[in-house]
Every structure is written in C-alpha cells, then in structure tokens.
Design a protein around this ligand. Structure first.
Ligand code: SF4
Ligand code: SF4
Length: 176
C-alpha cells in the first residue's frame, strides 16, 4: 500500500465490539481468548478455540478459547465496561493475525474499523498506517499471534472449534 501515512486514532465507536463472530462455509469463530482470560466473561459464553493433539485423546491440549456472542456483553453504550482488563485480542484491533498461503503468520489491518474506513473514504483507499501510532496494538498482536503460530507449527495436530457445528475441525482443512 502506498500514499499518505496516517496516525491511527481509535474513535471509541465500539463497532468492532459488535461484530465478534466471523465465519466461512466451514467454520464460525468467536472472540479468541487466552486460557487465563476466560474469567472475563460468563462461563456459559466460553467455548474452546484451538487445540493441539487429537480431541478424543486425553493429552489433547486446548491452547485458546473463544467467546460465543456476536455483540460483546461488556459493551456499555458504545464503551468497554472492562477497558483496563480487556483481553489481548481487543488490544490488537484494528490489526489481526492472518496466515498467508505460504503458511506464514502476518498481520492485516481491518478495513471494517470505522476509523480506517473513514480514512479510506477520505483518501480514496490509498494510505498507509504510521505504525508508531499503534505500538500498543502491535505489542498485543505479537502476543496474540503466538496462538496462530503454534497452530501453524503443529499443522498435523492442530484443531479449531467450530461454533456453528459445535465440533472440532482440523486446522489443515481451513488453510488458505
Ligand atoms: S471500530 Fe476502530 S475506531 Fe471503532 S472502536 Fe474499534 S478500533 Fe476503535
Ligand atoms: S471486552 Fe471491551 S474492547 Fe473487548 S470486545 Fe468487549 S467491549 Fe469491546
């Protein structure tokens, strides 16, 4: 991407907290959580996310979980009700980890973010983000990416939990 460099400014619009379920033909996924972040949400809203091994075997290791709701229960009139304690994934946005066709884990900025959408409209889609304005987000992204990296590094043994079918799906089937 080329063009003007913009400083990212979160508008605190809460839109990213209203679209937490993402999906494809094969899988529906919720807000990813590290195991020690499960307590941030009511237990009934938590499902496993990524596991390593085989789901039927006793040594199957769940390395992340997910929150099952489209709209975050902590969203309160557009603001986060647990801002100081919010999970790592909420600190990475608008960045998200993505897997390339070659199997590398990299980052992508979501153009569904209201702030970036407005910049895109203002600059006819041609701009780049000054990463200095996103240091905190990039630090959080590095941490969040560890889950994806571990799945990629254990390709033959990695599974994702599908919220639509309530079942584990082999990660290999989901690769781009
Ligand atoms: S959608 Fe973008 S601008 Fe709005 S709260 Fe989320 S990160 Fe901030
Ligand atoms: S925890 Fe806060 S920042 Fe994260 S999705 Fe919920 S309301 Fe948004």
């Amino acid at each position: 991407m080329s063009g003007a460099s913009i400083e990212f400014r979160c508008l605190r619009c809460g839109e990213c907290c209203r679209r937490l379920l993402i999906g494809s033909r094969l899988i529906r996924k919720g807000l990813p959580l590290f195991p020690d972040e499960r307590g941030l949400f009511p237990g009934g809203l938590i499902k496993p996310g990524v596991g390593i091994g085989h789901p039927d075997k006793p040594d199957f290791r769940v390395i992340s979980y997910q929150m099952t709701e489209m709209v975050c229960p902590h969203l309160d009139e557009g603001s986060c009700g647990i801002w100081e304690a919010r999970p790592v994934v909420c600190r990475t946005y608008p960045y998200m980890p993505v897997i390339t066709q070659g199997g590398y884990v990299t980052k992508e900025a979501s153009l569904e973010c209201t702030s970036l959408m407005m910049e895109a409209a203002r600059r006819h889609g041609v701009f780049k983000i000054d990463e200095g304005s996103l240091e905190g987000e990039l630090r959080a992204l590095e941490k969040l990416s560890r889950i994806t990296v571990e799945a990629v590094e254990n390709l033959d043994e990695a599974w994702f939990y599908d919220l639509r079918g309530e079942r584990w799906i082999r990660f290999e089937r989901l690769r781009p």
